[in-house]
Ligand binder design. Structure first.
Ligand SMILES: Nc1nc2c(c(=O)[nH]1)N[C@H]1C(S)=C(S)[C@@H](COP(=O)(O)OP(=O)(O)OC[C@H]3O[C@@H](n4cnc5c(=O)[nH]c(N)nc54)[C@H](O)[C@@H]3O)O[C@H]1N2
Ligand SMILES: Nc1nc2c(c(=O)[nH]1)N[C@H]1C(S)=C(S)[C@@H](COP(=O)(O)OP(=O)(O)OC[C@H]3O[C@@H](n4cnc5c(=O)[nH]c(N)nc54)[C@H](O)[C@@H]3O)O[C@H]1N2
Ligand SMILES: [Mo]
Length: 772
C-alpha cells in the first residue's frame, strides 16, 4: 500500500503500477471525498493528450504559409517531442529578443495539482524566471476583493485562513453561528495541497449536538448541513451588505455594542457611525431599510442583531460574497459588525472567512511551514490583477488602477500556461475567446484535451499526479506523506519539470533551472532542506530514505486550542496587527485617500450593476449563482464518472425554484437554455425549493463546448456558466472577479439537442469524432 494526494484528499493506493491499481480513502479520514476514488478510472484516459501537438494554422504560418485557423476551432497536428520543443524554444527566444520578457505572460493561474514539487504553476514560474522573467498575475479568482482589502482592515487572508478557531473550541463555546453562504461541505472536500481528514461534516454535527443555534443567510438552503434543523434566511443575492448594515444600525440605535472593544482594538468607528445613522447622507441604514433591499423581514433582522450581542456568536462569510461587484463591501461590513459585537479573539466568538470554503479552516493542528521549490527572481515588474486577463489582451498600453496606484497593461505576444484553465475560470468567455486570438503564440502543458489545450498553438502532454513521485504537505495538516507513483506514464507524456528542463537546455539555462538535479533528486533535496529548517522549530523528522520507506510521518501536536486573533486581544500593543494603525480599521484612511468612488473608506451599500434590484432585471429576471461544483474541483475531472453521473442529458444541472420553472413551462430533468446579452448555454433543469425564488444556480466546471469557436460567440452546449457571467472588476481598488453578479433568463429548450464534444480531442487528433 502507498499514498497519493490530491487537493480533494489523501488516499491509499493498492496494486500500484499494475492493471489492478485501486484508490481508496485514507483509513483515518472521517469523511473522505468521492472525487479521488476515480483517479485510476479508465474513463479518464480517454481525454488524455497522448503526444505533443501543434495547431495546424500556426504551424503553416511557421512554415511560410498563412494562419487561417481560429484558436479553439482549428485542427491539430501531432509532432515529435524534439520538434515541439524546438518550436517552443525558438518562439520564446524570438519574442524575448524582439519585444523583451515583458511580452511574455506567465500568469498561469490555476489550481494545478497537489504535491510540493510537481506543481505546474511553480514550475512554469521558475522556468520563466530563469529565461529573464514574465508578466505575472496578482491575487486570485477565489479572493480578488478580499486579498486586496483584508490587509488594510485586519490581516492578510492567508494569515486569517490558517488561524481560524478550531471546531472543538466552537462546539464548546459558540452559542449562535450566523453564516452568510452556508458552510458548504461540498467545498470543504478541497484544501489547497490536500488533506488527511475532512473535518467539516463532523465539526458541524458536534456543534449542533452541543446545542449551537445556526442561521444560514443564503439564496441556497442546502449549503449548510448540521444534521439538525437550522434557520434559513433566503436573501436576495448580493444584498448581504445591506443586511449587515441594518444589523449594525440596530445595535447602534439600541445601544447594544461593545464601546470598549471599539476603543481599544479598532479605529474609525465614528466615521462609520455617521454613515449608519444617516448623519452623512441623510439615510439611516435601519433594519427596515435593509428589509426592502434584502427581501427579509425587518423585525427578524433587529432580533438577530440583538441575539448576536447577547450571546457568544461566530459570524461566518463565504468567499462567494466577495466574488461580486463591490465584493469588498460584505467583507468590510462583516468586520464592522463583528467589531461592534466585540467578541473577536474570544473562544468561539468573532468572525470566519470562511468555514467551509476549504477544509483548512477550523483545523486544530499546528501550523508547520512546508518544503517549497524556490521560484527565483522575476526581473520583469509588469503584472495584472488576475481577473483582468481579457482587458490586458484587448487593451495593451491602457491604464488600470490597483490598490491606490495606476499601472498599464503590457503588450503580450506569447502566453505560456501550465496548471490552470482560463476557459474554465474567466468570466464572459465569448469576450475571452476574442481576446485569446491576439497573442502570436500560446504554449500549454496539459494532462487532458481541455478547452485551454484546444485553444493553444503548442500543446505538451503532461503526466498526471498518479504517474510521478511527490511529497504531500499542506497547511495545518498533522502529517507529511510520500506520494508514490501509482501508474505508468500515459502515451508520451512527460513531467512539467522534464518539459521545462528540455526547454531550459535549448535556451542555455539548464544549469540554472535544474541545478543538476533529476526529479527524484529534487524531492530528496527539498525534503532534507526542510528537515533542517524544522529543527529550529523543535520538530525532528527522519531522513528522506526513512520517510520514503515509512510513507507517512506524523507531526507532534501541542493540543492547544486555536482561537483567531486571541494574541491581539490579549495584548494589542505587543501583538499589533499589520494594518496602518496596528488595529482593526472600520474606517481606512488609506483606502479613503485613494479616492475610489466604488470603494470608499468604510463599508457601505453600493448596489451591484447586476442584481435583482437593478434595471437589467426587467429583461433578465433571474440571478444566476455560479458556485463551486460538488462533483469535481473546478473543471478538473469533469469527464470522471463522479461528475458525469450528476449531469442531465449530458449537461450541467441548473437549480431553479418550482414557481420560476412553472412560469416558464420547465419540468424537472429537461434541457433548458440559459441566456443574457453576453451568451447562452444549455443546462439540465433541477426543480427544487432549496433555492430562493428568482435565483438559479449553475455550478462551474463543465468543459467549455461552444457550437463553434468564433469571434461572434455561439450557443454553448454543455452548461459552462462563464459564457453568461460578467467580466467586470469588483472595484477600481481590487480589480477582483465579479462572477456572482449575473442576471439571466431561462427557457425550455425544445429543439433537437446538439451533440457534445467537450471531452473529445480536437480535430486532427486520433479519437476525434464529429459530435452527433
Ligand atoms: N463563474 C465563476 N467562475 C469562477 C468561479 C466562480 O465562483 N464562478 N470561481 C473561480 C475560482 S475561485 C477559481 S480558483 C478558478 C479555478 O480555475 P482553475 O484553477 O484554472 O481551474 P481548474 O479546472 O482547477 O484548472 C486546473 C488545470 O490544471 C490542469 N493540471 C492539473 N495538474 C496538472 C499538472 O500536473 N500539470 C499540468 N500542466 N496541468 C495540470 C488540470 O488538468 C486543469 O485543466 O475558477 C474561477 N472561476
Ligand atoms: N468540490 C469543490 N470544492 C471547492 C472547489 C471546487 O471547485 N469544488 N473550489 C475551491 C475554491 S478554489 C474556492 S475559491 C472555494 C470557494 O468557496 P466559495 O466562494 O465560498 O464557494 P461557492 O460555492 O461559490 O459559494 C458558497 C455559497 O455561497 C452562496 N452564495 C452565493 N451568492 C451569495 C450571496 O450573494 N449571498 C449569500 N449570502 N450567499 C451566497 C451559494 O449559495 C453557495 O452555496 O471553494 C473550494 N472548494
Ligand atoms: Mo478559488
Amino acid at each position: 500500500m502507498s499514498y497519493m494526494a490530491f487537493h480533494w484528499g489523501l488516499y491509499e493506493v493498492e496494486n500500484a503500477m499494475t492493471d489492478g491499481v485501486t484508490v481508496r480513502p485514507f483509513h483515518r479520514d472521517p469523511a473522505p471525498s468521492p472525487i479521488g476514488l476515480y483517479a485510476a478510472d479508465p474513463a479518464l484516459s480517454r481525454a488524455r493528450i497522448r503526444r505533443p501537438a501543434v495547431r495546424r494554422g500556426w504551424l503553416e504560418a511557421k512554415r511560410g504559409g498563412r494562419d487561417d485557423g481560429f484558436r479553439g476551432q482549428d485542427a491539430f497536428v501531432e509532432v515529435e517531442w524534439d520538434e515541439a520543443l524546438d518550436l517552443a524554444a525558438s518562439e520564446l527566444d524570438r519574442v524575448r529578443g524582439s519585444f523583451g520578457n515583458e511580452a511574455i505572460f506567465g500568469g498561469s493561474y490555476g489550481w494545478s495539482s497537489a504535491g510540493r514539487f510537481h506543481h505546474a504553476q511553480s514550475q512554469v514560474h521558475r522556468f520563466l524566471n530563469t529565461i529573464g522573467g514574465y508578466v505575472r498575475h496578482m491575487d486570485s479568482y477565489s479572493l480578488g476583493a478580499a486579498r486586496a482589502l483584508m490587509p488594510y482592515l485586519v490581516a492578510p487572508m492567508d494569515r486569517l485562513m490558517s488561524e481560524h478557531t478550531d471546531w472543538a473550541t466552537m462546539a464548546a463555546h459558540t452559542r449562535l453561528f450566523l453564516t452568510f453562504g452556508g458552510v458548504p461541505a461540498k467545498n470543504a472536500q478541497i484544501s489547497a495541497g490536500g488533506t488527511s481528514a475532512h473535518r467539516v461534516p463532523g465539526g458541524l454535527r458536534r456543534m449542533a449536538e452541543a446545542g449551537v443555534r445556526f442561521v444560514n443567510v443564503s439564496p441556497v438552503r442546502s449549503d449548510l448541513d448540521t444534521g439538525a434543523d437550522f434557520e434559513w434566511w433566503p436573501i436576495r443575492p448580493n444584498t448581504d451588505t445591506a443586511l449587515i448594515l441594518g444589523m449594525c444600525h440596530t445595535l447602534l440605535a439600541e445601544n447594544l455594542y461593545d464601546r470598549d472593544f471599539l476603543k481599544r482594538y479598532c479605529v474609525g468607528f465614528e466615521v462609520f457611525r455617521d454613515y449608519l445613522d444617516g448623519t452623512r447622507d441623510g439615510e439611516a441604514k435601519t433594519a427596515d431599510w435593509a428589509a426592502t433591499i434584502t427581501g427579509l423581514p425587518a423585525e427578524e433582522i433587529r432580533q438577530l442583531a440583538r441575539d448576536l450581542y447577547a450571546t457568544r456568536s461566530m459570524i461566518n462569510m463565504a468567499w462567494s460574497l466577495q466574488r461580486a461587484h463591490h465584493g469588498e463591501q460584505p467583507f468590510w461590513a462583516l468586520i464592522a459588525l463583528a467589531s461592534m459585537v466585540g467578541q473577536i479573539g474570544l473562544p468561539g466568538g468573532g468572525f470566519g472567512v470562511c468555514y467551509g470554503a476549504e477544509n483548512l479552516m477550523g483545523s486544530p493542528h499546528r501550523r508547520i511551514k512546508g518544503p517549497t521549490l524556490a521560484q527565483g527572481d522575476n526581473p520583469v515588474g509588469g503584472f495584472i490583477p488576475v481577473a483582468r486577463i481579457a482587458d490586458m489582451l484587448l487593451h495593451p498600453g491602457e491604464t488600470f488602477s490597483y490598490r491606490g496606484e495606476d499601472h498599464s497593461y503590457p503588450d503580450i505576444r506569447l502566453i505560456y500556461w501550465a496548471g490552470g484553465n482560463p476557459f474554465h475560470h474567466h468570466q464572459d468567455l465569448n469576450r475571452l475567446m476574442r481576446a485569446w486570438q491576439k497573442p502570436e503564440t500560446i504554449i500549454v502543458n496539459e494532462i487532458y484535451w481541455t478547452p485551454l489545450a484546444k485553444a493553444a498553438d503548442i500543446v505538451f502532454p503532461a503526466t498526471s499526479p498518479m504517474e510521478r513521485d511527490d511529497i504531500f504537505h499542506a497547511t495545518r495538516e498533522p502529517c507529511v506523506a510520500a506520494m508514490k507513483r501509482a501508474q505508468p506514464v500515459y502515451g508520451e507524456a512527460r513531467d512539467d519539470y522534464a518539459i521545462f528542463s528540455a526547454l531550459a537546455k535549448r535556451l542555455g539555462v539548464a544549469d540554472a533551472f535544474c541545478e543538476g538535479r533529476s526529479a527524484s533528486q529534487w524531492l530528496r533535496h527539498l525534503y532534507e532542506n526542510w528537515r533542517q529548517q524544522l529543527i529550529d522549530d523543535d520538530i525532528e523528522l527522519p531522513d528522506f530514505d526513512t520517510f520514503w520507506e515509512t510513507g507517512i510521518i506524523e507531526f507532534p501536536q501541542t493540543g492547544e486550542p486555536v482561537v483567531m486573533l486571541a494574541g491581539f486581544r490579549d495584548d494589542p500593543q505587543a501583538n499589533a496587527l499589520e494594518t496602518p494603525s496596528g488595529r482593526i480599521e472600520i474606517f481606512s484612511q488609506r483606502i479613503a485617500g485613494y479616492g475610489y468612488a466604488d470603494c470608499p473608506g468604510h463599508p457601505c451599500w453600493l448596489p451591484p450593476q447586476e442584481y435583482l434590484g437593478s434595471p437589467v432585471a426587467e429583461r433578465y429576471p433571474l440571478h444566476l449563482i455560479t458556485d463551486q461544483p460538488a462533483t469535481r474541483l473546478h473543471s478538473q475531472l469533469d469527464h470522471s464518472p463522479n461528475s458525469l453521473d450528476s449531469k442531465i442529458s449530458g449537461r450541467e444541472p441548473i437549480w431553479i425554484h418550482p414557481d420560476d420553472a412553472a412560469e416558464r413551462g420547465i419540468v424537472d430533468a429537461s434541457v433548458v437554455r440559459v441566456f443574457n446579452d453576453r451568451g447562452s448555454c444549455l443546462a439540465g433543469a433541477v426543480v427544487t425549493d432549496a433555492i430562493r425564488r428568482g435565483v438559479a444556480k449553475l455550478s462551474t466546471g463543465a468543459w467549455f463546448d461552444p457550437t463553434k469557436w468564433s469571434a461572434d460567440g455561439s450557443l454553448e452546449k454543455h452548461g459552462n456558466p462563464n459564457v453568461l457571467t460578467i467580466d467586470l472588476p469588483a472595484s477600481a481598488f481590487s480589480q477582483g472577479c465579479s462572477a456572482q453578479s449575473c442576471l439571466v433568463q431561462i427557457e425550455a429548450f425544445l429543439a433537437p439537442k446538439p451533440g457534445l464534444s467537450a471531452h473529445l480531442p480536437p480535430r486532427g487528433i486520433e479519437n476525434f469524432t464529429e459530435p452527433q
